[in-house]
Design a protein around this ligand. Structure first.
Ligand SMILES: [Zn+2]
Length: 83
């Protein structure tokens, strides 16, 4: 038995996908490599992608994971709104 988790993307493909998404508000399925469909992705693929880029829950743009706060907001959306 192998305890290797199933995944659809290689490390390189995850990295490439992250690079395509960052700075856009595209959906993941628009940027997948040929032959891969969204429903083939596993939680392993998503967690690897999460390590690189995350989508801001407020504005919907992909930014580097390190720039997303605990609430899933990017830098700009996390600015306190104190008019
Ligand atoms: Zn945002």
């Amino acid at each position: 038995m192998s305890n290797k988790e199933k995944r659809a993307l290689t490390d390189a493909q995850v990295h490439e996908l992250a690079g395509d998404l960052i700075g856009t508000c595209d959906d993941i399925d628009e940027c997948l490599p040929e032959g891969i469909t969204f429903d083939k992705l596993t939680h392993v693929d998503f967690s690897l992608l999460d390590d690189e880029v995350m989508r801001c829950e407020v504005c919907g743009w992909w930014v580097e994971s390190g720039l997303i706060d605990d609430e899933g907001k990017c830098d700009e959306c996390a600015e306190p709104d104190d008019e």
